[in-house]
Design a protein. Structure first.
Lengths: 255, 255
DNA sequence: AGCTCAGTCTAACGTATGTTATTCCTGCGA
DNA sequence: TCGCAGGAATAACATACGTTAGACTGAGCT
């Protein structure tokens, strides 16, 4: 199979988007219908490949169907800062609908399936459906809110707290999307990726993970992570899900 | 005079908003007219006072007319992380139009004049003017882009580079707004504020400023800062104004 | 079974930055 | 003119984290 495959819309693909958007805004039947009608161009992305690059001027945005992607910046001396992680149902580069040039890159951390949606199509939908417009704007604002939380974390939290916070966020977001059935979840990222997300070195992430395990807060097996003590993990991380701006407040239904 | 004064609209106040929005999006005559018609509730904010607080659910947003404000988060152990600085003409809490609860606070760094605009009024304008809607969405996206740049800075740049970068950003943004006539500008912030913005300690900011001065990159006199060597400052900071998403690319008209 | 390679882990050492505490300015109000 | 207070500067010391280098582990491939 080619790296990029062109297909027609398959209705099931856009359901994850509807579900993800419903987490932060109330979608009526018309809005759902409008979203379901968006024309999709399906594509496969290999692990490690970029979907969009810093400086480009894309004419479509990318809905993640399956896999795991991150946004990142590359600085002058080659250092990488990961800005966000994204799960199926999210549109990581929705901002390119309004901002002409990409100020960062979007890359796949594992082999992923994405659906490109032409900006023209989104614009047309948004013009005729204020509800969709509202939901999409809100989605970009939640995005920004997560950047703020990360900024505060990198600026003012210790490596230990920061790492705990990342696990809290990943856990809650995955749980809401149905990607973390119980207390454990599959996060296909390396310690190096975690380091680049938290503004740390890979070595120190390793040390910190060991500390978190020793303290009984999390457990890891391969790339499966599990929350061993949600209450304490959350306390250590100073995690308050307010910044995720969820429509229905998250209640940790854990033993 | 009272701390909060109620007044009617004065047309001049909203011109700075029109000007600021024009930096990132092309406003037609209709859009300008719509913006000028927004009802304003003027207020004075004392230095050090909060305008909105984390956790609140405001029903209006705040256009900064005069002064200098910042957004910040307060973490569990009282540490403060400043998330952004804002100049006259900007609406620092525009996001509260769509996001119910504030995930951070907005505070005045000096005595400031602001104009509150009811969310209802903005919503009404946005419904009838897609152009204004577009411009405001874009403004929140530029906001997010700046958060990303700061995140990359705090995560991956040294204190020296990070401080240089802040001055580059402040200089360019102030110049575009007409607040930095020549190469110098008035930034009414303490070294402590700079520390909280860059994720550093105040002591280290002091050391770093001395280094920047020694190297002939900037000069400071009280709270007046000046760029002494734009080319080198920019190089040290790895500053690329792309992330400001300006409509007309910034050309440093410096000797 | 034996490679191979990516990823994890360990160790020793270096340093950028934080902490605490004190002194020194400087602008401003009385 | 003096006194005051907030901010800037300095000094001595502490440490969280980075760097470099190497050994270990396990999943996939032949």
């Amino acid at each position: 199979m080619l790296a990029m495959t062109l297909c027609n819309t398959w209705k099931g693909d856009v359901e994850s988007l509807v579900r993800a958007l419903s987490l932060i805004d109330d979608l009526g039947p018309d809005e759902r219908l409008g979203l379901r009608g968006l024309p999709l161009r399906l594509a496969h992305i290999e692990a490690g490949q970029d979907i969009v690059r810093q400086g480009e001027d894309p004419v479509e945005s990318c809905l993640l169907i399956d896999g795991f992607v991150c946004r990142y910046k590359t600085l002058s001396r080659g250092q990488r800062q990961i800005l966000s992680f994204h799960f199926p149902g999210e549109i990581p580069d929705l901002q390119s609908l309004r901002l002409k040039l990409m100020d960062h890159s979007l890359g796949a951390l594992v082999a992923s399936r994405v659906a490109f949606i032409a900006h023209e199509a989104i614009d047309a939908l948004v013009r005729q459906s204020p509800g969709v417009q509202r939901a999409l704007w809100k989605a970009t604002l939640v995005d920004a809110s997560i950047f703020r939380e990360w900024l505060a974390g990198v600026g003012r939290r210790s490596a230990y707290e920061r790492t705990a916070h990342l696990f809290c966020e990943m856990f809650v977001r995955m749980k809401l999307l149905g990607l973390a059935p119980a207390k454990s979840f599959h996060l296909p990222i390396t310690q190096h990726d975690i380091a680049d997300a938290l503004g740390l070195s890979a070595v120190h992430v390793n040390r910190t993970l060991q500390d978190l395990r020793r303290d009984g807060l999390i457990a890891t097996r391969g790339r499966y992570f599990s929350v061993e003590d949600w209450t304490r993990l959350r306390a250590v991380a100073d995690f308050d899900p307010l910044y995720l701006h969820l429509r229905t407040p998250f209640c940790p239904d854990l033993a």
